[in-house]
Design a protein around this ligand. Structure first.
Ligand code: GLA
Length: 336
């Protein structure tokens, strides 16, 4: 059996999913592959890229002590899927780890499929979202797991994170999506991410759910007000970005990405000097419409929208909007 789950890059709409807002990621042509077979009463994964083996008995809920870090994700998935049969396989990935391209979501989704889960993409994403909390204590939104589960080739995914609905939006043929890895591995993410969630919750206590785009001026605490302003303006930018793409207005879409980065930098405060410098460098490179940090921030990667075929700036790679997670051999066909 062979399973593939892609990573994702978010074009616009960061730190809106946890408030039930809009996001616009693409599943990309980099991801995680598992090759193996159902077997016995143990779940045993070897990493094809890094040191390490995770070997646990079915029904166990914690990874064996001393194993690799990623064992926590396997244990969380095993706990949630509760497979009746074990699995032996090798995991390999083309995604850089911890760099804002959802390597952990790709791991969760691929392991869940390997263990025989056969629900819908939304059910798959929900289970994997829960596993992230069990594994590392991050109360993440659903964007990363749903992008990996529900990707559509050559389309971005407009996700309403309250309804959990996915609307594929065609990517214009006139653009390329570029990604630049900052080299900064996100480390403070858990604490800072959960802190931002708490700040958004405080805002919602005053003005109601942020997904309804309330007027945030009445929020007394200036930090909480800025966090809320980011969420509300960012949700608006997602809608405007989709309109710009549909109208063929690549310049307009790029300008919205620049605004998004500025809002993430000043209001939500999740950028770093390195990410800011990368965005600035990209914006003066030929053929770039816009650039912004992508994902949680605190390091990770920058995404840019470029004219198709524009010269690749230093360190940039081109990614393509790709199909979501699938069993590629052994039980072929799309997810139900
Ligand atoms: C991380 C989380 C997502 C989302 C982004 C920020 O990637 O896993 O749910 O909140 O940060 O948009």
């Amino acid at each position: 059996m062979e399973v593939f789950a892609p990573g994702r890059v978010n074009l616009i709409g960061d730190h809106t999913d946890h408030q039930g807002g809009l996001v616009l990621p693409i599943a990309i042509d980099l991801g995680t592959t598992i090759v193996g077979a159902p077997s016995g009463d143990r779940v045993r994964f070897r990493s094809g890229d890094e040191e390490g083996i995770v070997d646990m008995r079915l029904g166990g809920s914690s990874p064996p002590a001393g194993g690799p870090e990623w064992g926590r994700y396997i244990a969380a998935i095993v706990e949630l899927v509760r497979p009746t049969e074990g699995f032996v396989g090798t995991i390999s990935t083309t995604l850089p780890l911890g760099r804002g391209l959802s390597s952990s979501a790709a791991l969760e989704v691929s392991v869940t499929l390997a263990l025989g889960f056969d629900g819908s993409p939304v059910e798959l994403a929900r289970l994997c979202q829960r596993s992230e909390y069990l594994a590392v204590g991050v109360s993440c939104g659903i964007m990363d797991q749903l992008a990996s589960a529900a990707g559509v080739a050559d389309h971005a995914l407009l996700i309403d994170c309250h309804e959990t609905s996915v609307t594929p939006v065609p990517m214009p043929e006139s653009v390329d999506v570029l990604v630049v890895d900052s080299g900064e591995r996100r480390s403070l993410t858990k604490t800072a991410y959960n802190e931002r969630l708490a700040e958004c919750a405080r805002a919602a206590e005053v003005v109601g759910p942020l997904r309804f785009l309330p007027d945030v001026a009445g929020i007394g605490d200036p930090v909480v007000r800025r966090r809320a302003r980011h969420v509300v303006t960012e949700i608006g930018r997602v809608g405007a970005f989709v309109d710009a793409l549909r109208a063929g207005d690549n310049q307009g879409a790029g300008a919205l990405m620049v605004e998004s980065h500025e809002s993430l930098r000043t209001d939500f405060e999740v950028s770093t000097p390195r990410l800011d410098a990368l965005v600035e460098d990209l914006l003066v490179a030929p053929g770039i419409y816009g650039a912004r940090l992508t994902g949680a921030g605190f390091g990770g990667s920058v995404v840019a929208l470029a004219a198709r075929g524009a010269p690749l700036p230093r360190g940039a790679i081109r990614v393509r909007a790709s199909t979501g997670a699938r069993v590629t051999a052994g039980r072929t066909g799309p997810l139900p």
